[in-house]
Design a protein around this ligand. Sequence first.
Ligand SMILES: Nc1ncnc2c1ncn2[C@@H]1O[C@H](COP(=O)(O)OP(=O)(O)O)[C@@H](O)[C@H]1O
Ligand SMILES: [Mg+2]
Length: 316
Amino acid sequence: MNKTVELKNLYIKAGDNTLVNKASLMIEEGEIFGLVGESGSGKTLTAKAIINLLPKGLTYSADEIITAGKNILTASNKEKKEHIGKNIGYIPQNTVFYLHPMLKIKNQIADGYIYHMHKTKKEALEKAEALLSKVGFKSPKTVLNYYPWQLSGGMRQRCNIAMALMNDPKLIIADEPTTALDTTVQRQVMELFKAINEEMKLSILLISHDLGLVKHYSHSLGVMYAGQIVESGYTKTVFSRPKHPYTQLLIKIIPSLEIRKNEPLTEIPGFVKDKGRDSNGCLFYNRCPEAMDICEVKVKEHMDDNEDHYYRCNLE
Ligand SMILES: Nc1ncnc2c1ncn2[C@@H]1O[C@H](COP(=O)(O)OP(=O)(O)O)[C@@H](O)[C@H]1O
Ligand SMILES: [Mg+2]
């Protein structure tokens, strides 16, 4: 299987403070990969490192960052910008309010396409119209002439998705794309991502704190905790045989297949560690019902190559 993303041993720091510690993930061509974890666990920063958009003041290192066949670590700044602009569509967190309120949709949906693909405005608007129709608008011409405030949250998110598709990307990164939407619209938007994934064969990195949603829509997933991926693998495998106590607890607290609204994962007592993320021990130690003394100082990594199932825990 070809990979759309190969990320190995990513570290992100703010000065001496470790925010992301040795995160690795692989996204296969054509799959939806769910990155799930509580708020503050490092999902957004990990995605931003992949697309070279880390905020100023943060530093990172990694053994490998390959996206859509290109090694990002050895590429020049110009190459990176071009490659990412053409091949990766990004829907940042809170984009329901991301579109510029004073500009009509037609004056912002096509900018990236004109810039990266060297197209005329006319060509770009034709493409935008086709994509708006693809994401479910009955009269895309009318939508092009709207200001964002004339659209509902769900409609704006559809516009964002159309915008992310303009350059025929190999990968879409959608950061909490349905968090601000109510349950019915959330479902519709997720069904749209699913249809796009199936029809256009592109990969999707779906970031969410909602394990129910990730269970339903992803082929593979990574569970993040305090800046680390504590478990990853095919969604079916992880749900049928979760290995990490954190994953087991998460699975226990999601109502079966019911997609929940917007709640952070607060059912597990305690907080995600903010400091000391560079520890060699298990970062879930202070909240883990099965913690042993050893877990504070050391943790074992397991990789079952047959199943691509990874987890870090001292339990076998
Ligand atoms: N620009 C920044 N400077 C310093 N710390 C940051 C910055 N951005 C995020 N962080 C910290 O990094 C951690 C991970 O953040 P983030 O990736 O946004 O988490 P998530 O998306 O999982 O909610 C959090 O503890 C957050 O406070
Ligand atoms: Mg985030």
